[in-house]
Write a new protein. Structure first.
Lengths: 320, 272
């Protein structure tokens, strides 16, 4: 019966179609990486891999943020506005003399505030996740414009420059931060009661309620964490671009959702795979990176990304 | 058959319900329901759809507050305000939906919201190894066809899921396990293994209250049977002393109500 699957060796795992569905992103990443390595000698160089990881870092943090809401059977569309809003808060507080640490705290708090509002609207006012965060997307893009007078502005900080460009040996700080965020999320989901309760809330809300898990509080908590992580991503964004832009048109919203789905987490909640989510974010970034190396017109890039997402969705049908 | 009944006069009631009433607006869902669940016995609650069985259970376990009447648990009058409070007192309910999370493993479900931790306070890390080992030993003792505790519930059969849900309910030092239609969705073999599990819990001196539509099953596993109709418990018998036809007649009202005399003549398990 089914119980053999967990006990069997690697051979049986490879023959199991659910293995391929569960690890679609990782397999896709290896295939795409192999293809680009064959097509251009520049792909598999340390310099290019570093550039790839650095440009994937913000997406990885945002996808981790998205992972928290998706695991709890929610979704956050307001990321696309919360990111520039938190960046603007960072810029305004930093330029007002709060110092780097103060501005970082302010940006994360600003993101967490938006996330908490999302959570309260969803859990307490019983508004559908999609609608609540879609509304918040509009509200916060307006607030970000008002707070900054609609102007983008520069932020000069040696700390941020070090963050963007510095490294420990060959390891850049920038993706090290993303790695820390991912590891922390992995530990939360796998090794804490809170993470288990989030998984239960997303997997079977009624069962979680029956077992005495405060599901409303769990849902507010995941949106608050989501918002705080968007704040972290905003700090990375300001550090990378050297400024805050309230109207930054970000395609990171769709990418963040795509990365999580590519990574094998169900959009219906209950399953978290941080390794998958990272692989999903890397697949999307690798496509852009490889196309740039091959000098494929950037007009083709969204097409490739879309095709990969759909292909991953087809593969994920083999998930149990 | 009668061997398992002969010592019932010494079995203390875990749960005693007297004259429970509950109205939802203008609808009188319960109008004076009684129930006794003795330690180490299986008590069956039968009745037509809408007779008030589920409402009675929800009032006992604190899902709904009741209007009037008394619930005594181990002799002490209680008025529970939530299933969590009921659980803290050792009253576990296995609902028809089983309250299992399919994407979590067997051991994660066993310890859901009762996780064992290493380190201090609520921020400690999960003690996975200990939870896996304890799930293994607890379930091993109860289940014949034991699924691996590390597999996700999604991979288990209906009977295995039912057994895990009952096993979880029984393994938390519970004194009363309430089951709503425990075998309604199962095939013959799986039903048998769940009934074996019910037998094993009886041997462990756990009081069990079972809602069932399957009268054959009631005759097989229960010690006493209580009949509900229109919000009241109209009769109860030792299963050994009653025929299936008699029960059917009481459920449907076809006996014209003469069961009342029988009930009065044959008071069951309550001891002073």
């Amino acid at each position: 019966m089914a119980e053999t699957a967990t006990a069997a060796g690697p051979g049986a795992r490879l023959r199991d179609p659910t293995f391929w569905g569960d690890n679609a992103a990782l397999i896709g990443l290896i295939l795409i990486g192999a293809a680009f390595s064959l097509l251009t000698p520049y792909f598999l160089t340390w310099g290019n891999i570093t550039a790839l990881l650095v440009s994937a870092s913000i997406l990885i943090v945002l996808a981790t943020a998205q992972q928290f809401t998706i695991v709890a059977a929610g979704i956050d569309l307001s990321i696309a506005a919360n990111l520039p809003w938190s960046a603007v808060v960072f810029g305004l507080t930093y330029n007002a003399g709060w110092g780097t640490a103060g501005a970082i705290v302010a940006a994360i708090a600003a993101g967490a505030l938006v996330g908490t509002l999302n959570g309260l609207i969803i859990a307490k006012l019983k508004v559908n996740d999609f609608i609540a965060t879609l509304g918040m997307l509009g509200v916060m893009s307006g607030v970000a414009l008002i707070a900054s007078n609609g102007q983008s502005f520069s932020v000069f900080s040696t700390f941020l420059q070090t963050l963007a460009l510095g490294s420990i040996g060959p390891i850049r700080y920038f993706y090290l931060i993303a790695l820390v965020v991912v590891l922390a999320a992995h530990i939360v989901f796998k090794y804490t009661a809170f993470g288990t309760h989030v998984l239960a809330t997303g997997g079977n809300r009624e069962a979680a309620r029956n077992m005495g898990i405060p599901i409303d509080r769990m849902r507010v908590a995941v949106y608050a964490i989501n918002g705080a992580l968007v704040g972290v991503a905003a700090v990375l964004l300001v550090s990378r671009t050297g400024g805050a832009d309230p109207s930054i048109a970000t395609d990171e919203l769709l990418s963040s959702i795509a990365a999580v789905v590519l990574g094998g987490s169900s959009l219906f909640g209950g399953r978290a795979s941080m390794l998958g989510t990272v692989a999903g974010a890397l697949v999307l970034t690798t496509l852009l990176n490889g196309f740039t190396l091959l000098q494929v017109s950037s007009f083709y890039q969204p097409i490739a990304v879309g095709v990969v997402v759909i292909a991953a969705a087809v593969l994920s049908r083999f998930q149990q | 058959m009668s061997a398992r009944h002969h010592d019932t006069q010494t079995k203390a009631p875990v749960l005693e319900v007297t004259g429970l009433t509950k109205a939802f607006g203008a609808v009188q869902a319960l109008s004076g329901a009684d129930l006794v669940c003795p330690r180490g016995e299986v008590t069956a609650l039968v009745g037509d759809n809408g007779a008030g069985k589920s409402t009675l259970i929800r009032c006992i376990t604190g899902v709904h507050p009741f209007d009037d009447g008394e619930v005594r648990f181990n002799g002490e009058p209680v008025r529970l305000s939530s299933p969590t409070e009921a659980r803290a007192r050792g009253i576990e309910t296995v609902y028809q939906d089983l309250a299992l999370v399919e994407d979590l493993t067997v051991w994660q479900n066993m310890f859901l919201n009762r996780e064992l931790k290493r380190g201090i306070g609520r921020f400690g890390m999960l003690d996975r190894r200990r939870m896996i080992a304890e799930s293994q030993s607890r379930l091993e003792r109860l289940l014949v066809n034991m699924p691996p505790v590390r597999s996700r519930v999604r991979r288990l059969s209906g009977g295995q899921r039912q057994s895990i849900a009952i096993g979880r309910a029984a393994s938390w030092g519970s004194t009363l396990v309430i089951m709503d239609e425990p075998t309604a969705a199962l095939g013959v073999r799986e039903r048998e293994s769940v009934e074996q599990l019910i037998g094993r819990l009886r041997d462990d001196h756990i009081a069990q209250l079972i809602i069932s539509h399957d009268l054959e099953q009631v005759m097989r596993v229960a010690d006493t049977v209580w009949i509900m109709r229109r919000g009241t418990t109209i009769a109860h018998w030792r299963v050994a002393d009653v025929s299936r036809e008699r029960i059917v007649a009481a459920i449907t009202g076809a006996d014209g109500g003469n069961h009342r005399a029988t009930t009065a003549e044959a008071p069951t398990t309550v001891v002073e």
